[in-house]
Each structure stands twice: as C-alpha cells, then as structure tokens.
Design a protein around this ligand. Structure first.
Ligand SMILES: *[C@@H]1O[C@H](CO)[C@@H](O)[C@H](O)[C@H]1NC(C)=O
Ligand SMILES: *[C@@H]1O[C@H](CO)[C@@H](O)[C@H](O)[C@H]1NC(C)=O
Ligand SMILES: *[C@@H]1O[C@H](CO)[C@@H](O)[C@H](O)[C@H]1NC(C)=O
Ligand SMILES: *[C@@H]1O[C@H](CO)[C@@H](O)[C@H](O)[C@H]1NC(C)=O
Ligand SMILES: *[C@@H]1O[C@H](CO)[C@@H](O)[C@H](O)[C@H]1NC(C)=O
Ligand SMILES: *[C@@H]1O[C@H](CO)[C@@H](O)[C@H](O)[C@H]1NC(C)=O
Length: 855
C-alpha cells in the first residue's frame, strides 16, 4: 500500500493534464448584484451563523461580533466588541506572540445555544474563553468560561465545532503549543474527550463537523452521530516523509464514557480513511479542505461532499468527492479494525485485525440490540469491549466515494469551501447544486450528471481575489442566498442570476436548475421566485434547447463609413463554451483573411471598400452533447458613403440603432488617407479591452472556449503544442545553437592545445616557431572525447546524466539518480560545469607541466 501511495506522488508529477470543465459563464463583481459587508479596521470575518427564523446572519470577526439582516447584509442590526484586556495582551506578548496580530481575540465558535443565547468562544490572546451572548440586547454575559478544548489558542490553528442539543462538540487543540489535539463534548453533565494518544489523533487539521440524526422510527433504535473531518499524519502507511490522510471520525451522541476504562473518554470514537482518488491514474487526493453534509429527510440518502487536494499540489489540482452516508455507517458498523503490532522494539506497524472481536462491538452506538443484552448506556459496557475500543480507533476499511472516483477534478484552482443545495428541477428531477469557493475570491456553481460535471457559472465575489474562508447557504427557496466570509469582509450573493440570460437558448443552455424560460414574458426566471410555474416553461438540464422558438428580439445596427477606413463591429457573448461566428450576406466570413481581425468582443474590417457593404451577422454557436445551437447575437448593416474627393471635413461616422441595442454600440474608426493610422488605432483600443475582460481564466477561455469538456479528457500538454505549432523551428534553432557551441568548443580547445593530431598540426602551423608539445596525451584523450560529446548528448538522452571522465569533486554519486528523472536545472548546471572546465583538473595540470618541460 505504501508503495502505491509513493507511486502516486511520482506519477502525479507527470500528470499535468485534465483541466476539468470550464465555467460556462464568468460574472465579474460589477455585472451581478452582490451585497458586501465590511467595517473599517475590522478583519478576519471567519465565523458565520445563520438564524433563518429571525433572518439574522451573525458574523464573528476579530474582536467583534455582528448581527446583520440576512436578506441584506449591508444592514447592521447589532454589534458587540469583545476585546482582549491590556494585561492579557502584555502577557501574551511576553510569551513571544505578536501583539498586533496574534494577541487579539479571534472569534472561533459561534453557535446558537437556545432561542435567547449564542455560545461564543474566542482565542483571546492565547487564553481561549467562551461566553454567552444575549440575542436581544446583544450583550456578552461576562461568564468568561475557560475555552480550552473548545477553541484553539492560536488563531492560525484549525478548529471545528457543532452544537447538538445544547452541547458543543468541537475539534481543536488543547494547549498553548497546539500540540495536544482533542475532540470533545462540552456538556455540564457529560463532558467527554478523546484519549491523548497518537492512534486517536495524530497532528490533525480539523475542517468540519456535523450531526447526522438517526431516523426517528428506525427499527434498530440507532443513535444520532456526530462526524468530524480532518487531515492527519498517517500511522498506517510507511513513507519517506509524513504522509497525510483524510479522515472521517464519528462519535455517538448518547456516549457517556466508560465506567473504569475510558472514563470521561469517548467509547464510540472510530475513524476511517476518506478515499478520494483516480484509480486508473493512481492519483490520490490526500488533503481534505472542507466538507458539507447534504442532509435529506430520509437520512439514508444524505450525501457527504468533500473538497480535496493532493499532498504535493504543484499543478494546483482540486477534486470533489461525494460519499454515501450508508457506506460510512457500514464501514464503522461492519468494517474490520486495524491493530498495531510492535516489530523490532520501537517500530510499530498497523495491520488489519483478523482476530476475535469482543461483544458488544467496540465503538458501536448503544442500539436496540445492545439494550436487549442489558447494556443500557456506555457506562455498562464490559472492560473488554472498552479496552479494545481504546486500542483500535482506526478502521481498516476506507470510505470510498460514490462511483469510486471524484465528481469533479479541476486544475489551476484551489477550492476552499463547499456547500450544496438540493434543487428540484421543473421536470421533477432532483439535482445537487454545488457552490464551491476558491482561494481567489470566486465561487463555482456546478451540477453533476451521469457522465460528468457542468460548471454553470463562476462568480467573482471578492474583487481583490481574497481567499474565501467560510461559505454558508440559506435554505428558504425563493429568498435563498450564499454568504461568503474572508479576511476582509462578507459577501451575500443570490444563488442564481436567471434574469441575466436574455434569450431562451441562453436560458436553457445555462442548464441551471433554478432557471427556466417563461415564453409569455420572454424572460428567464428563477422558478422558486415565482408563485407558480407553468407547463410551457422551458428548462432542460441536459442542455437541449430545441424547444426554444426563435427569439424575436433582433438587434440591428446601421453604420455608414468611408472608403479605406476601418470598421469595428462589436459583438460579445458571455458563454465561455460558445464560439462566435460571423456571417456576411449569409455566408460564413473567412476571418482568417488579412482583411479581417477577430477580437474577443469585436470584428475589425480594414480598408473598407464597396464590396464590404451589406449585412454582417454575429452568431454564437454552442455545442452541447453533439447538438449545436446557434443564435444571432447582433446584426450590423454597413453602408458605403459616396466619395467626395473635394470634401476635406472629417465627417463623423453615423450609426443608427434599431431594435433593442442599448448595450451593443458599434463604433467606426474613420480615417482619411493615412494607412498607418488606420491599422494602428483600433488595435490599441482592443489590446486594452482584452486585458480587462477575463482576469481569472484568460488562457483557458481563449483556447478551450467552445469545446465541451467532461472530466478527465486527456489533453496534449501545452509544451508539445507549442513545439508543434512552431514548425520545429525551435528544435532547429536549438540544434544550430549547440552546433555553433560545439564548433566554438573545438576551436577553443584546439587553440589551447588540448586536442591532438590534425588540430595540433594546425595549431603549430598557426603559432609558427613555437615548439611542438611533446606531452603524452593518451591519459587525457579519452576524457576529451567524452567531454566534447556531452553537450549534444544532453539534448538527446534526457534520462542519462553525462559522466565526467574522472571524479572531479563537483559531481556526487547521488546526482546520477537512482532511476530518477533528471531535472532541467541539473542539466544546465552540469552543462555549465562542462563548459567552464572542459577537462578535469589533473589533466590540465599535466598539460601545464608538459608545456613547461617543453620550454
Ligand atoms: C486576519 O486578516 C489579516 C488581514 O487580511 C491577515 O493578514 C491575517 O493572516 C488574518 N489572520 C488569520 C489568523 O486569519
Ligand atoms: C437558554 O439557556 C440558558 C442557559 O443554559 C438558560 O438559562 C435559559 O433559560 C435558556 N433560555 C431559553 C429560552 O430556553
Ligand atoms: C446510498 O446507499 C444506499 C444503500 O446502498 C442506497 O439505498 C442509497 O440510495 C444510496 N444513496 C445515494 C445518494 O447514492
Ligand atoms: C428531467 O430532465 C433530465 C435532463 O433532460 C432527464 O435526464 C430526466 O430524466 C428528466 N426527468 C424526468 C422525471 O423526466
Ligand atoms: C431535443 O429535444 C427535441 C424536442 O424537444 C427532441 O426532438 C430531440 O430528440 C432532443 N434531442 C436530444 C439529443 O435529446
Ligand atoms: C485597399 O483596397 C484597395 C482596393 O479595394 C486597394 O487598391 C488598396 O491597395 C488597399 N489598400 C491597402 C492599404 O490595403
């Protein structure tokens, strides 16, 4: 197993393909209606809590807690400052922490205790405290409970918490150094915690926790379960360095600890590996960044969604894996345990335990069966079971994702948070809509279907690309919002932007379960905002837009221009999956001709003449599952102005607009005579607009637009393309370069007298009266040949390292690699050495000697 994981890392380095789907639409912050909340001098808006009954969003930031109107977060209802005292700050600074950043109070826990109180905890200058916050008066009660084990000391450390029936469950660290991890329940009656032992928790990084309720009428009388998710250092795999493993751990709500063994400790703590990998590529995603549990009325259908990245993420891969809650429960309830055995004194190995398992099953919740055997609570459990549970917290079976592979793999993006909404489309099918945030302030909204994944849109929530650290989704359909928190503020975004789709085809091709085309109003509407939906509304999540009848609104612009001038016909479309096609007099325009230049949002026509007048149509063509849908975006009618050679006044170009063309203005660049001016002016304008348009995915858009990509389409690496497209000219010039270098080297060595035979004759001829060196070259000859051959061989044999003839001291054995592929830098370095010192030192000294002898 360890070997497989090792391979994964190696293979991973070679795998730089698989882009993942391109978001169909990219919304810039100014294009959509977003509501921002940020207060001056307040940072780290790290904790969000929503109360949907009261329409309040609570925000925990650094040293302050806010209550905002959740329907419009720019409206602040309350705020309460929660600062560290000067004395505490000084004491914290004395321990070597930064007074300006670390020795402050970072709110880390924000939970609803009951209707009138919030339970809040903060790091409080490395002295975590918890308090109650009165909801109505918005005052802290000043209880200042010790927050140890509920809130981290260090604001940089990971934490997670969930409130279940008035008890706070949290995963954090228990000490100042952050070296003692803990999963605990803070309950006045029944506080419980994890054993402080490596097999239980090994340097965990907590990401999420939540409760999954048992069905109230389940025949087994099963208990509610609290799940924790974290990445920790593996104990079971041996690896060169620390191997990280994503974990799911669970405890039972009814756990009361053991009577003698595991007193005040979890008796139901079990953990398993969360597997997220691409089996056929041997690629493992070993870091879990966030989890969301999509709960359904029937808890059996609940799905756990997770965001993962590989441990060595040098190409920026992210994956989404989904897990069936039944699979999880089966692993804990029926799976094999792992057991550690000591080999060679101090070394321990974790292997599957195949021996007898005590009854009741260790780590199980108290259910009907246990009760029937008179184990009413965990306090009654026999020591044998408890001791086994204490020694075997780790399951041998892994939790495998639905479909045994990720739902989504995306390159060049780091996903940070995920929330999922279940949406019933018009035809009744349920879709899980994922909102996935990035470390660049954007959110991807995606749905998965049978054979892949579709990213409906990408919305830039934070204009300055601040990483999104918390995501929260409200659930009231029709008034549903997504809230995102970062270090600099909070953003509220609608879950859909249906009204931005202007045509039926656009509305349907969005494949957004929230949106449908209302043919009566000719509007793309949010189906959950309408009081009732009608049969003839058009929606097709498969992207079949054939039901759309032609759109009546045709925009048409009229232009009059002069001979020899340049026209810029504007046309823009939002879809990154569509291609723009221009038609002139109903024929597809050959934009490759030098007469035209196709830009991202316009067509340029140079040197206008009589033949160019007519109707230009701009169409967008989008292919979905082998069906192509095209629609006319705009029509431009060009008309030629009669030439009056004697009128020198530079008349303005006239542009008449017909129809609904308020956004699509056309401009015509008119010039007289100067050909140079004609061709340069428009290019400048466009160059700037090109930079502005798509700051996030500029390359993906220009190269991939128009091609529907499902996950894992293998692609030719960019470098290869580059070589091909340059017609081998790069190879040619490289070859020439090295050939010239080779000649220089020969000439230089010949001049220096390092080369025997003809060369030396040539040299002696050149140096005339100088005496022929009598040195014995046999020693050096071989090394000379080898050295000279090397520059060329470096290019051809990429795997082999050049060998100097003697050990010169500047190459070590390790550099030859134990079957490792050499890196380019090493090549160039060794090559440089070859160039600088064409021969080894011994040899050169000999020459010097022989020369001296000769003289
Ligand atoms: C708090 O926000 C500031 C400002 O963006 C950032 O530099 C800092 O790293 C944040 N601290 C934590 C613990 O998140
Ligand atoms: C909320 O909890 C506090 C303390 O646990 C208790 O004193 C108070 O009565 C509770 N309020 C309500 C409305 O249940
Ligand atoms: C999860 O697995 C159970 C049992 O195999 C099955 O009934 C259920 O439909 C699955 N749920 C999902 C969402 O795949
Ligand atoms: C709804 O539409 C989707 C996509 O076209 C299709 O796969 C699904 O079977 C439809 N559901 C029903 C209930 O017709
Ligand atoms: C798309 O829909 C049309 C009419 O609704 C139907 O005739 C056609 O077969 C569909 N195409 C695909 C590929 O499902
Ligand atoms: C412009 O077109 C005319 C004929 O249409 C041609 O004679 C002239 O050379 C062209 N000028 C340029 C700069 O291409």
């Amino acid at each position: 197993m360890a070997l497989i994981l090792y391979e994964a890392v190696i293979l991973f380095l070679g795998m730089a393909t698989a882009f993942g789907p391109v978001p169909r639409i990219t919304w810039e912050p100014r294009e959509v209606h977003l509501v921002h909340f940020q207060e001056p001098e307040v940072f780290n808006y790290s904790t969000l809590l929503l109360n949907e009954d009261k329409d309040v969003l609570y925000v925990g930031a650094r040293e302050v807690i806010f209550a905002l109107n959740s329907l419009d977060i720019s409206e602040k209802k309350h705020e309460v400052f929660w600062k560290v005292t000067e004395q505490q700050k000084t004491r914290c600074a004395e321990k070597g922490k930064s007074k300006q950043t670390e020795c402050l109070n970072y709110v880390r826990v924000l939970q609803q205790q009951n209707d009138s109180l919030l339970y809040v905890c903060g790091t409080n200058a490395f002295q975590p405290v918890c308090d109650h916050l009165k909801v109505t008066s918005f005052e802290l009660t000043g209880r200042n409970e010790d927050g140890k084990g509920r809130c981290p000391f260090d604001p940089a450390q990971s934490y997670t918490s969930v409130m279940v029936d008035g008890d706070l469950y949290s995963g954090t660290s228990y000490n100042f150094l952050g070296s003692e991890p803990i999963i605990s329940r803070n309950s006045p009656q029944n506080p419980l915690r994890t054993e402080y032992a490596i097999p239980w928790l090994n340097e965990p990084h907590f990401v999420f926790s939540d409760v999954v309720r048992a069905d109230p009428d389940n025949a087994n009388e099963d208990d509610d379960k609290v799940y924790f998710f974290f990445t920790e250092v593996s104990v079971e795999y041996e690896f060169l360095s620390k191997l990280m493993i994503p974990r799911i751990a669970r405890v039972c709500k009814g756990d009361q600890g053991g009577h003698r063994t595991l007193q005040k400790k979890w008796t139901s703590y079990l953990k398993a590996r969360l597997l997220c990998s691409i089996p056929d590529k041997n690629l493992f995603f070993n870091i879990v960044n966030d989890i969301f549990i999509l709960k359904t009325p029937d808890s059996k259908d609940s799905v756990i969604y997770g965001i993962f990245t590989p441990q060595l993420n040098n190409v920026g891969l992210s994956a989404v894996c989904a897990y069936n809650i039944s699979t999880v429960e089966d692993v804990f309830a029926k799976g094999k345990y792992m057991q550690s055995t000591t080999v060679e004194q101090s070394h321990t190995k974790w292997l599957r335990y195949n021996g007898e398992i005590p009854r009741p099953r260790p780590g199980a919740c108290i259910n009907k069966e246990a009760r029937a055997e008179n184990f009413k609570t965990t306090l009654n459990l026999p020591d044998k079971t408890l001791q086994f549970a204490k020694d075997h917290p780790l399951m041998d079976d892994s939790v495998t994702p639905i479909g045994d592979r990720p739902r989504l793999i995306k390159r060049d993006v780091k996903y940070t948070q995920i929330v999922v909404d279940q949406v019933r489309a018009l035809n009744g099918t349920l879709y899980d809509v994922m909102f996935i945030s990035t470390d660049r302030g954007a959110v991807h909204k995606a749905i998965s279907y049978k054979n892949g994944m579709h990213i409906i849109e990408e919305t830039q929530l934070f204009p300055n690309f601040d990483p999104i650290q918390t995501l929260l989704l409200s659930s009231k359909k029709g008034q549903q919002y997504l809230y995102a928190g970062s270090n600099v503020g909070v953003v509220q975004s609608p879950v859909a932007f249906c009204d931005k789709h202007r045509t039926c085809v656009d509305c349907v091709l969005a494949r957004d379960p929230y949106c449908a085309w209302n043919p009566h109003l000719s509007l793309c509407v949010d189906i959950f905002k309408e009081s009732e939906t009608q049969q003839d509304w058009i929606q097709n999540i498969g992207g079949n837009a054939s039901s759309c009848t032609d759109d009546v609104r045709e925009r048409s612009l009229q232009h009059t221009f002069k001979h020899g001038s340049t026209a810029e016909l504007k046309c823009s479309q939002k879809s990154n999956l569509a291609q723009v096609v221009w038609k002139f007099k109903d024929d597809v325009l050959k934009v490759e001709s030098p007469k035209y230049r196709l830009l991202e949002k316009a067509l340029l026509i140079f040197n206008l003449s009589d033949g160019d007048s007519g109707v230009y149509q701009c169409l967008s063509e989008e292919k979905v599952k082998n069906q192509k849908f095209s629609q006319v975006l705009i029509k431009h009618v060009l008309e030629l102005k009669k030439v009056h050679p004697h009128t020198p006044s530079p008349a303005q170009p006239t542009t008449r607009t017909e129809g609904n063309g308020e956004e699509l203005k056309a401009s015509v660049v008119t010039t007289q005579g100067s050909a140079v001016y004609t061709s340069t002016t428009p290019v400048v304008t466009i160059a700037t607009s090109r930079i502005v348009t798509n700051p996030i995915f500029p390359n993906i858009m220009s190269t991939v637009a128009g091609i529907e990509r499902s996950e894992l389409v293998p692609e030719v690496p960019e470098k290869t393309l580059f070589l091909k497209s340059n017609d081998n000219s790069l190879l040619m010039s490289l070859f020439l370069f090295f050939f010239v270098l080779f000649l220089c080297l020969v000439a230089y060595n010949c001049y220096k007298g390092y080369l025997p035979d003809q060369c030396l004759k040539f040299r002696s001829a050149m140096s005339l009266g100088k005496k022929k060196p009598k040195a014995d070259f046999s020693d050096c000859e071989q090394s000379v040949k080898e050295t000279l051959v090397e520059p060329g061989s470096l290019m051809t044999q990429s795997g082999e390292h050049p060998k100097p003839a003697h050990d010169t001291g500047y190459e070590t054995e390790a550099d030859y690699g134990n079957g490792h592929v050499q890196h380019d830098e090493e090549h160039s370095q060794s090559y440089k050495e070859v160039k600088d010192k064409p021969f080894d030192v011994k040899c050169e000294l000999k020459f010097a000697d022989s020369d001296a002898e000769g003289d």
